[in-house]
Design a protein around this ligand. Structure first.
Ligand code: HEC
Length: 166
């Protein structure tokens, strides 16, 4: 009798542990999902501001203050890039390359370049010189591209092509 109740208690304990472990794993999975969605939303915001600037230049739009607003958006979002990629999440619907976390110094350099170009973009946008703005939008675009080349999966390998995720 005595041994069997010990076993029951042990089994109950094991069951509890199992539940706790599952809950923990689910919690971790949620944090991963959140980190992944967040960094993609950040990139979408950055993509939106770049598209807006490109359209302003391409169509010669004269929306007062717009170039500055989009440049400032880019510069402040650039400052969130480091934290947005802090958590290593390589599984699921993502185009992030594991190199982000394997070569943190190179990734940090890419982020720095991005921050520097977008800060410059704000100065140029305030200035109102469209030719200078065009050149700096290009330079900023290069900083996006060089990070994507090293740290984002190429289009052909994108999860979006494979039909997974949103
Ligand atoms: C320091 C690196 C880095 C810089 C700089 C960077 N990106 Fe990205 N970007 C990434 C990575 C990595 C991903 C893939 C994220 C994922 O799928 O988890 C990405 C994804 C994206 C996406 C797709 C988002 C989605 O919903 O899947 C867009 C759009 C984008 N970037 C635009 C830009 C633009 C425009 C710039 C420059 C103004 C830029 N990025 C600068 C690393 C960078």
């Amino acid at each position: 009798m005595r041994t069997s109740s010990i076993w029951k208690a042990a089994l109950a304990g094991a069951a509890l542990l199992h539940v706790a472990a599952t809950a923990h794993a689910q919690g971790e999975a949620k944090v991963d999902e959140g980190a992944l969605k967040y960094r993609q939303s950040l990139m979408e915001a950055v993509g939106g501001d770049m598209a807006a600037l490109t359209n302003i230049l391409k169509y010669g739009l004269t929306v007062p203050g717009a170039a500055q607003v989009h440049a400032e958006g880019l510069a402040s979002h650039a400052k969130l890039t480091t934290v947005a990629f802090e958590r290593k999440v390589t599984a699921g619907p993502t185009d992030a390359e594991p190199a982000i976390w394997e070569k943190p110094d190179e990734f940090a350099q890419s982020v720095q370049k991005f921050e520097a170009e977008t800060a410059k973009l704000v100065d140029v946008a305030k200035n109102g010189d469209l030719a200078a703005l065009g050149a700096q939008v290009k330079a900023t675009g290069k900083s996006c591209g060089s990070c994507h080349d090293s740290f984002r999966k190429p289009k052909e390998e994108s999860f979006k092509r494979k039909g997974g995720g949103s």
